[in-house]
Write a protein that binds this ligand. Structure first.
Ligand code: KG4
Ligand code: ZN
Length: 357
């Protein structure tokens, strides 16, 4: 069985051909970074125009690189939520056209769940192992910062999420304040390597560290808007001058990483997770990867971090998760709609070992 995956929820036009839960035959990503760089963020209508221009060639390249033709495809999986509506509509309409013309099933995929699946692509052993569950997943990207629990029967529960900005947004907005370029995450990651992470004090939102007691319901929630404001005030006071921008971004990054690591491990311990997974664009961050690895080792929690090529937006994760849905006959009709929101009901995940029970 072969699935064509299509992803256009934000600023990457992506297509992949997948022949099994871990068998990625091709994974093509066309980035629009240059188109949006001058704006310091993604402009939805511009993203849609770029997707429209690129989608045909991206899908044809994914098919060519897989060595298959459209006649070999058994289903089309496409991101239908959450994301920028004009951007989602391009991939969704294209996928519907392919499905309709080929008489193929259409599978609507939640992008957030696709990110979670990205951590399993190269770990098929976990998908068969009852003992690898429950899983606690940290999804940390430009659009999301959330902790979710997945049980061995695939049941999902949201443990907490950001109340304001996502962690990736905090990186991107900091780079905008400091005029470093877009997207901010990779730039700050590189610059911070030569800086002192203890040079400046930044708030660790919703950790109870500021003297404000932490409410029970916020234990696994996040807030990154305060740190961005703190940066703005420091920069206005001249803190980034005289070559100190490296120190300021290193300290800023360290504060974000501290919060992500401490909350993820607290959740893993509280819910007795057998596996902690980390995925999404910010999971590429070198400090986050190393601090999370050390902390998980110390607390004896098995950690799986998605490979960098599957952390940032891609269609391999969409096609591979789609493969599981298709195998269980969970498909969508041609009336499938685009939705900007994550949705309250994430449903049962069909890759968990006891999903059918
Ligand atoms: O998962 P993704 O490609 O798109 C969303 O679904 O949002 O994540 C993009 C985000 C951006 O905010 C980008 O700055 C951030 O991931 N990012 C990073 C790094 N690489 C990408 N953040 C910190 N460090 C990085 N190395
Ligand atoms: Zn994403």
């Amino acid at each position: 069985m072969n699935v064509l995956g299509i992803e256009t929820s934000c600023d990457e036009t992506a297509a992949a051909v997948v022949a099994g839960p871990s068998k990625i035959l091709s994974n093509v990503v066309s980035s629009q970074i240059e188109a949006h760089a001058g704006y310091g963020g993604v402009v939805p209508e511009l993203a849609a125009r770029e997707h429209l221009r690129n989608i045909g060639v991206v899908v044809r390249t994914a098919l060519a690189e897989s060595g298959l033709t459209i006649c070999d495809i058994d289903g089309v999986a496409v991101t239908c939520r959450p994301g920028l509506i004009p951007a989602l509509l391009v991939g969704l309409s294209y996928a519907k056209g392919v499905a309709l013309s080929g008489g193929l099933p259409l599978i609507g995929i939640n992008h957030f769940l696709g990110h979670i699946y990205s951590a399993f692509i190269e770990r098929p052993d976990l998908l068969r192992d009852d003992k690898a569950f429950p899983v606690v997943a940290l999804v940390v990207s430009g659009g999301h910062t959330a902790l979710i629990r997945i049980d061995r029967d695939g049941t999902t529960s949201m443990l907490g999420q950001t109340l304001d900005d996502a962690a990736g947004e905090a990186f991107d907005k900091a780079a905008k304040i400091l005029d470093l370029g877009y997207p901010g995450g990779p730039i700050i990651d590189r610059l911070a390597r030569d800086g002192n992470p203890k040079a400046f004090d930044f708030p660790r939102g919703l950790t109870g560290g500021s003297g404000k007691p932490l409410k029970e319901q916020d234990r696994f929630n996040f807030s990154f808007s305060g740190i961005k404001t703190a940066l703005l005030y420091k920069v206005q006071a001249g803190a980034a001058e005289g070559g100190r921008d490296k120190d300021i971004v290193a300290s800023y990054q360290a504060a974000i990483v501290d919060v992500l690591v401490s909350k993820s491990l607290a959740a893993a311990q509280e819910y007795q997770a057998a596996t902690l997974i980390m995925c999404g664009g910010v999971a590429c961050n070198s400090r986050l990867r190393s601090v999370m690895t050390d902390a998980a080792r110390e607390k004896k929690v098995a950690l799986v971090i998605a490979p960098p090529k599957y952390c940032t937006d891609n269609a391999a994760m969409i096609g591979a998760l789609g493969y599981h849905y298709l195998r269980h006959g969970v498909c969508s009709g041609l009336e499938l709609a685009a939705n900007a929101r994550l949705g309250q009901e994430l449903g049962k995940l069909p890759f968990a070992p006891a999903f059918r029970a």
